[in-house]
Design a protein around this ligand. Structure first.
Ligand SMILES: *[C@@H]1O[C@H](CO)[C@@H](O)[C@H](O)[C@H]1NC(C)=O
Ligand SMILES: *[C@@H]1O[C@H](CO)[C@@H](O)[C@H](O)[C@H]1NC(C)=O
Ligand SMILES: *[C@@H]1O[C@H](CO)[C@@H](O)[C@H](O)[C@H]1NC(C)=O
Length: 276
């Protein structure tokens, strides 16, 4: 009797154990599915949220419309078949107005130039400081044939193909930025490297070629060095740069140390252009 009384209990204990196991297993499956789903989910929402938030920092833009113009460049396309022209509608929607005497171009000086323009915002603008470049600075995106989603991982880059989604964007945006140049234009180049005017850079292959001599009066190269300069304004690559400029555009070059720049940008009283 005791045994009989015990067995059903033991049975129900085992049953409870099985039910618990099944429930735990189901919960585990659901958790894994949710985690995987989140990880593998296309990132349209994340990229769009960042884009819109950054766009809203600029006045006078319909940010949803700008996103729409941007997105149509690559959504549903092979990410290696997005040429720069695909972003023409985005460029048109951004409608970046010429900014005389304030445009700042750069090559291999990313940190120092942005540190500088951030403090001297009223004086100089890099493309990343404008709505054109700011909305996607530092981000990666691409589409896929037959999909309406935006992906932010496993997107091809320059190593994979010429007409890649992200590279074409920066080429197109840089061209638009150079088209807006007028008056006195500045370019911050790196004096700590052997060839400050690198013929394969965006500055050399796109921007310099688009400076319009009917609008651009002069180009001033600010050649920045940290401590021991590798090169200076006499470097032959800068002669190549002068040859690239259309007739009528005056060329200047100034050797400047990073310390001089920092000292100048931390002093808000200093007028624009007085840092070199
Ligand atoms: C990239 O796109 C352009 C169109 O802008 C086209 O002429 C060119 O052939 C493409 N290049 C490659 C390698 O697909
Ligand atoms: C510039 O660099 C060259 C060597 O590349 C050197 O001979 C020259 O003295 C330097 N000029 C200045 C002003 O530092
Ligand atoms: C200066 O420019 C030339 C030609 O672009 C380059 O080959 C050379 O190594 C550069 N640098 C120095 C420090 O001379």
């Amino acid at each position: 009797m005791e045994r009989e009384a015990y067995r059903p209990q033991e049975k129900s204990g085992r049953k409870r154990c099985i039910i618990f196991g099944v429930v735990a297993g189901l919960i585990l499956i659901v958790v894994v599915a949710v985690v995987l789903g989140l990880a593998l989910r296309p990132n349209t929402d994340t990229l769009k949220a960042t884009f819109i938030a950054r766009c809203k920092e600029f006045k006078g833009y319909d940010c949803e419309k700008l996103w729409g113009a941007f997105e149509q460049a690559y959504v549903g396309r092979d990410p290696c078949a997005v040429p720069p022209e695909a972003y023409d509608p985005f460029i048109a929607a951004a409608d970046f107005k010429p900014a005389c005497n304030r445009l700042m171009f750069w090559s291999k000086t990313k940190d120092v130039v942005h540190d500088f323009t951030e403090k001297k915002r009223d004086c100089f603008l890099t493309v990343e400081d404008t709505v054109l470049g700011s909305v996607l600075n530092g981000l990666t995106w691409c589409g896929k044939e037959g999909s309406t989603e935006t992906f932010t991982t496993d997107c091809p880059g320059w190593r994979d193909c010429v007409n890649n989604t992200v590279g074409s964007f920066w080429n197109r945006v840089s061209a638009a930025f150079a088209d807006a140049a007028c008056g006195d234009v500045t370019a911050m180049l790196n004096g700590d490297i052997d060839t400050p005017f690198n013929p394969t850079s965006i500055f050399a292959t796109i921007e310099v070629k688009r400076f319009d001599s009917s609008k651009v009066k002069s180009l001033t190269v600010v050649l920045v060095t940290k401590k021991s300069a590798v090169t200076n304004c006499t470097n032959a690559s800068l002669e190549d740069l002068q040859r690239e400029l259309k007739q009528g555009i005056t060329y200047n070059c100034k050797d400047v140390t990073e310390v001089q720049l920092q000292e100048c940008s931390s002093n808000p009283e200093r007028p624009c252009g007085a840092c070199w």
